[in-house]
Design a protein around this ligand. Sequence first.
Ligand code: FAD
Ligand code: DLZ
Ligand code: SF4
Length: 511
Amino acid sequence: MAKKNLILIMGDQLTPRLPALAAADRARDVVLMVEVAEETTYVPHHRKKIAFILSAMRHFATELTAAGWQVDYVRLDDSGNSGSFTGEVRRAVERHAPDRICLTEPGEWRVSRMVEGWPDTLGLPVDVLADNRFLCSREAFADWAEGRKQLRMEYFYREMRRKTGLLMDGDKPVGGRWNFDQENRKPAGTDLFMPRPRQSRPDDTTRAVLDLVADRFPEGFGDLQPFWFAVTRAKAEQARDHFLAEALPRFGDFQDAMLRGEDFLYHSVLSPYINIGLLDPLDLCQRVEKAWQDGDVPLNAAEGFIRQIIGWREYVRGIYWLKMPDYAGMNHLQADRDLPAFYWTGDTGMACVRAVVDQTKRQAYAHHIQRLMVTGTFALLSGINPRQVHEWYLSVYADAFEWVELPNTLGMSQFADGGLLGSKPYAASGSYINRMSDHCGDCSYDVKRKSGAGACPFNPLYWDFLARNGETLRSNPRLKPVHSTWDRMKPETRAAYRESAKTILDGLDTL
Ligand code: FAD
Ligand code: DLZ
Ligand code: SF4
């Protein structure tokens, strides 16, 4: 008799062509989906993120049932819910007596370890299938990395362009260049016609989940309302099409800009949908390429967007699986301060940080430059413990899963991996934020003041960061010019920076 499988689908695996489903038989096998306390609390997730994932899971289960699958769905508040993947798989094994368990490889190392223990603890064979929603398998990335002294994204990206054929003219990049990033650094101006991401209206299922999350996490971080994330594939595709038509044409030009009161600018806000499986990354890139071919978007926009997906997204996943579990414990700069409370409350006089934290609380979303150059740079300059910074980012964004969040935070943003991911730290003084945004006009601090009372904290902290980490960073050729500037400063100027920085660091929570 054919073997009966229990197919486990996790909250970030909501894709009909998922390998574990493709290998299954809907007449014979049982699909298991579980809402479990452990996944909702392993970091203090934003409440909107929890609601987004649970609602999308419920909708996906309904779609699978309609497509003829037998779905066993366990809700967070079902009596007897043991609260963990392991506990729920054990209970499902008792209910269905399968011959084996089958799943697609989990996105996070933590869960992967859990699954490795199941053959012993549950006494059944467990098949773990590679996740073919990524364009570069873990093995292919390890092969690419083998023997290389430096794992630079740019070279990986070129290989991915060749592999996918995206924006290629034979074996040459279209437009004669691989990368148009230099054209993507314009500050944005206020625009009455700024596009907004497409917003979905919550249906009965989402409303029930919102009530559940409100009830279960009354003190949790982040606003639940308004809730407008798409929670089905069809709605996510509408959001995608809206982005392609409305925002993509200007995505490139203003990729690094920040504007007060504009939470999204020309960004796609598609990462939550891609990361839980509602949108397919390759299909998305092919649509972006077609928009360029049809003359609807400029090449710098199409290339910039495709690079983020087949370049950065695949690259950070490769690094994660190559380097875990040691990666999570890295702390190259030995940063050991606690994360200030204003990362959770937004209660600070620094207008840029306040704006990003406020937006994060409202939307469970911030775009890349807000994450990297505001909250990220501030934590880097202040020497905040990278594990605390990592747990904050993993908690507060709807798109945050460790495989993508950890390398971005610990590597790109905090330089805690010693330069594996980026060739130099993203350290900057207030003038960067002043150039790329309009926050400084709204601030209790003066961006033009270099040190002393009222000076923008980023200014003295920038120089103090370089001086404090001099021993570790001086050998970095890309930092030579700034270290030379520091060395040429008058001793009293250097002393003023360091004195100011000390005052700031001693009273971080009061900024
Ligand atoms: P867009 O600007 O429209 O970009 C298009 C797509 O490209 C994104 O949807 C995303 O899928 C991909 N992308 C862009 N940049 C990156 C990147 N650096 N790494 C991986 N994919 C990228 N991204 C996450 O998906 N989850 C995270 O938890 C996450 N944490 C981050 C933490 C820090 C400190 C930093 C600096 C970046 C982080 N990123 C993370 C990367 C990036 O900021 C987000 O992917 C992006 O802001 C999502 O918004 P968007 O969909 O509007 O992106
Ligand atoms: C993030 C998350 C949350 C909040 N809740 C659940 C859940 O209840 N059930 C579930 O299957 N997945 C959830 N997830 C996503 C998982 O954390 C994610 O699938 C794993 O971390 C991937 O290894
Ligand atoms: Fe941020 Fe400094 Fe500008 Fe204030 S002055 S908004 S702290 S960069």
